[in-house]
Design a protein around this ligand. Structure first.
Ligand code: ADP
Length: 484
């Protein structure tokens, strides 16, 4: 398929390694449009020696990059940020083509996450140490922060652009080169970001993108002693594998893994606001985000009215391909994703859930699915245990706050949680009791570059964004000065 771009050079099927754009020597990886299955491009399946070349280049670049005055690193990040904003429309076309989300949503992802480059360009200037009161007259205690070293990022397909700037921003700001391995389904957004990074003047070896067989690249990242740190966003299963595989070198890891967000509507909630919040928290990116509301708990007195209104709004969502006017829901990423949704749906219906809207593949065919709302759902159904990652909204009634909290926390995941209430005391009580890293109170939208994003429990390790995010790419060094 031919993509309509203002600047055609943003579309590339080559990887950026050590300042060179390299093509595949073998078959490569086909990138298709999930809306119609058409072939968009074929990107390299890089052999192990090319991955090692990238790691060697990053290792060679690291000392110079770390030694640059922070203003210089910040200026390059600002330039990259500006270029992303200027080219947001083209980047959105590339993103939508490989991922399926509506163009407006793709543009939103790009702009909201480019902000991490801007934010960390500023934070680079605030990597402060401490001078601590010493234990003796002739001593001084200094604490400084230094870049951790060469970083590797492994990123998912649901935010092909945003998950890269979130990691590259703090890494580069802290003084670390980073090598990105994007998801095989969506490498073109990563490669387009590499074009702009190079255009911004980021030196060879400091930002690189490699594509290829995930497990082979992952293994090289885990076992190569020149890689100091791996930042991963994806499934808990692969996260667990990375912990094990990288154990030999005691690598630093940041992991953003699966979620299973509870969304609680208390009896004192503003119902209109709660429905609107649930719509965005559930159906954004067709339900394919790790902070999507997976379990919607509604006080029994409101459950019927809430479910009916949610179903009404879900039925109105416009399903279609990315470029269509006013489209709000794209296709699911692949057939496997549709099958998971169908399994969760069938299990719930068999156990007594009632279908209010949707419930089947969309008339458009392929991997399009009707936005679906269920009521009379219970905690025993599979969809209340596992992350559905699809446009399936289950409404589960509860009788009191204690029961809602017990059900909300009864899960191994702990990324995001949401609740709606107008009671101030309850707001603090529930926010503190929820076992998750991110809490949305009276809001279905939570992520921004100024706030720390990350999970409790099996949802991961570490935080992205905020003043805390840069710490993931820094080591603390204590310098003891004696004999003064
Ligand atoms: P999802 O189910 O969302 O595709 P994955 O964890 O499988 O989640 O994918 C997230 C990222 O991890 C992708 O870039 C994918 O290619 C990569 N990945 C998958 N398997 C491995 C592996 N064994 N080692 C390293 N990376 C992997």
């Amino acid at each position: 398929t031919e993509l309509k771009l203002t600047d055609g050079t943003l579309f590339t099927d080559r990887c950026l390694v050590d300042g060179s754009w390299i093509t595949a020597t073998d078959d490569g990886i086909a990138v298709t449009n999930p809306a119609d299955g058409s072939l968009i491009a074929t990107v390299p399946s890089l052999p192990a020696d090319a991955i090692r070349r990238a790691i060697d280049a990053a290792h060679l670049a690291k000392d110079d990059w770390a030694a640059r005055p922070v203003k210089e690193r910040a200026a390059l990040l600002h330039r990259w940020y500006q270029l992303i904003l200027e080219n947001a429309d083209d980047l959105a076309v590339i993103l939508s083509a490989e991922q399926g989300k509506p163009l407006a949503e793709a543009r939103g992802e790009i702009i909201a996450n480019a902000a991490y480059l801007e934010w960390f360009a500023e934070e680079a200037k605030r990597i402060y140490g401490d001078i601590v009161p010493p234990p003796a007259r002739d001593r001084r205690v200094l604490v400084i922060k230094q870049p951790v070293g060469v970083c590797a990022a492994i990123t998912p397909w649901n935010f092909p652009n945003g998950m890269i700037t979130r990691k590259a921003g703090p890494a580069l700001a802290a003084g670390c080169p980073i090598i990105v391995k994007p998801a095989s389904q969506t490498p073109l957004s990563a490669l387009a970001l590499a074009v702009l990074a190079e255009r911004a003047g980021i030196p060879a070896g400091v930002f690189q993108v490699v594509t290829g067989k995930a497990s082979a690249i992952g293994t090289e990242f885990c076992l190569n002693p020149k890689i100091a740190k791996i930042s991963f966003t994806g499934s808990t299963e692969v996260g667990r594998w990375l912990i094990r595989e990288s154990a030999g070198d005691i690598k630093r890891l940041s992991l953003e893994l699966g979620g299973n967000a509870p969304f609680i509507v208390f009896e004192d909630a503003d119902l209109d606001a709660a429905v609107a919040g649930a719509m965005i928290a559930k159906f954004r990116n067709s339900g394919q985000t790790c902070v999507c509301a997976n379990r919607i708990y509604v006080h029994r007195s409101l459950a019927g009215a809430f479910a009916a209104r949610l179903a009404e709004a879900a039925a109105r969502l416009k399903v279609g391909t990315a470029g269509e006017e006013g489209v709000e829901q794209g296709p699911l990423i692949d057939e496997k994703a549709v099958e998971k949704m169908e399994e969760h749906l069938a299990d719930a219906l068999a156990k007594g859930a009632r279908l209010l809207t949707g419930g089947k593949r969309h008339a458009r065919g392929g991997t399009f699915f009707e936005p679906t709302v269920l009521e009379n759902v219970s905690q025993q159904m599979v969809l209340a245990r596992e992350e559905t990652f699809a446009p399936l909204a289950p409404v589960i009634p509860f009788d009191d706050e204690a029961e809602a909290l017990a059900m909300a926390n009864d899960n191994v995941f702990g990324l995001a949680g949401y609740f709606y209430t107008r009671d101030l005391a309850r707001m603090f009580r529930v926010a503190e009791a929820l076992e998750c890293g991110i809490v949305g109170v009276n809001s279905g939208v939570i992520a921004n570059e100024m706030a720390p994003f990350g999970g409790f429990k099996q949802s991961g390790i570490g935080r992205e964004g905020s003043k805390y995010g840069i710490e993931e790419y820094l080591e603390i060094k204590y310098v003891c000065v004696a004999g003064l």
